[in-house]
Ligand binder design. Structure first.
Ligand code: A3P
Length: 318
């Protein structure tokens, strides 16, 4: 069955922002990225040394990209703070530095050559755990997942989508009012949703194999970023040495990757990603709990109940 035949058989909906989404392997894949997702599944060959960063959109992907890249490449860019080479993060948006499998690499080429990228290769994806290219769970590569309070993630995505003109040609009507959008979100009808299945899929994978899947929460990183930079380094198999600790490398990575630093870089104030998405739109407020400025207490109560039901018995709290 070719891609078009496969697509024809799948359920399609219009997301609240007007994007067409297609239900593929149990998740709502944005139609413009459907073929790229299939290509990534078919052709991506993970290497044992790869690091895969995964998330739902607006859960802290940009931050995680900057952190993972800085940790992995610290001997090149930050080994000696006086003579260090300039990190690409200072001149490029983190999404350019760490490419996305289905939104980027497999979007314009069915089978791009990724062999030339030096190890450790770091890629990102929004695909749920069960839909990852087979070679990812099968190889020795490592996965770092970041999740976020769903109400903050929802509000963040709404701003991002409404602020950007990207994908205008892909939109079919929309955007709908906030309460209708929230209804759809709670029903799991949103990009890469249902969010609760996305999150619990990676949570279960982490419980089964914590050396393979690191599970992070945006709120925990906000709470103590130094602790999490050390955790990421240990997980990646390159813990900070005593000497690196004494030289203040952890603090330097936290500073370079901080919201204020990245947001105020020229490239992130003015540039655009793929010519379509404003780099600035990846840096809005960077706060925990902004949902309270947009959602009613009744909506919050509904979400609490939903989360409690969906996460019951998992040991996970959001
Ligand atoms: P807000 O819209 O709530 O401000 P993603 O990177 O997955 O697209 O998520 C974007 C969200 O992460 C936005 O949230 C953005 O402001 C926030 N963010 C981006 N970079 C960050 C950083 N370095 N530190 C903390 N939050 C960051």
């Amino acid at each position: 069955m070719d891609d078009d035949d496969q697509l024809e058989k799948l359920e399609q909906r219009t997301n609240w922002d007007g994007w067409r989404i297609v239900k593929y392997q149990g998740f709502w894949c944005p139609l413009p990225f459907f073929r790229a997702a299939l290509s990534a599944q078919k052709y991506f060959k993970a290497k044992d040394s790869d690091i895969i960063l995964s998330s739902l959109p607006k859960s802290g992907t940009t931050w995680l990209k900057a952190l993972a890249f800085s940790v992995a490449n610290r001997s090149t860019y930050m080994s000696n703070i006086d003579t260090t080479q300039i990190s690409p993060l200072l001149t490029s948006n983190p999404h350019k530095v760490v490419p996305h499998l289905e939104l980027n690499l497999y979007l314009n080429q069915e089978n791009p050559d990724l062999e030339q990228t030096s190890a450790p290769r770091i890629f990102s994806t929004h695909m749920p755990f069960h839909a990852l290219p087979n070679s990812i769970p099968k190889s020795g590569c490592k996965i770092i997942y970041i999740c976020r309070n769903p109400m903050d993630q929802f509000i963040s995505f709404r701003h991002f989508s409404l602020d950007n003109k990207f994908g205008e040609e892909d939109r079919h009507g929309g955007p709908v009012e906030l309460d209708e959008a929230f209804d759809m979100f709670c029903d799991g009808v949103h990009l890469y949703g249902p969010f609760y299945e996305h999150i619990t899929g990676y949570w279960d994978a982490h419980l089964k194999n914590p050396d393979k899947v690191l599970f992070l929460k945006y709120e925990d990183l906000k709470d103590d970023i130094g602790l999490h930079v050390r955790k990421i380094a240990e997980f990646m198999g390159c813990p900070f040495s005593q000497e690196e600790e004494e030289r203040g490398l952890v603090e330097e990575i936290c500073r370079v990757c901080s919201f204020d630093n990245l947001k105020n870089l020229e490239v992130n104030k003015s540039g655009s990603f793929n010519g379509r998405v404003k780099n600035s739109s990846f840096f809005r407020k960077g706060e925990v709990g902004d949902w309270a400025n947009h959602l009613t207490p009744a909506m919050a109560e509904r979400m609490d109940k939903l989360i409690n039901t969906k996460l019951e018995g998992s040991g996970l709290t959001l």
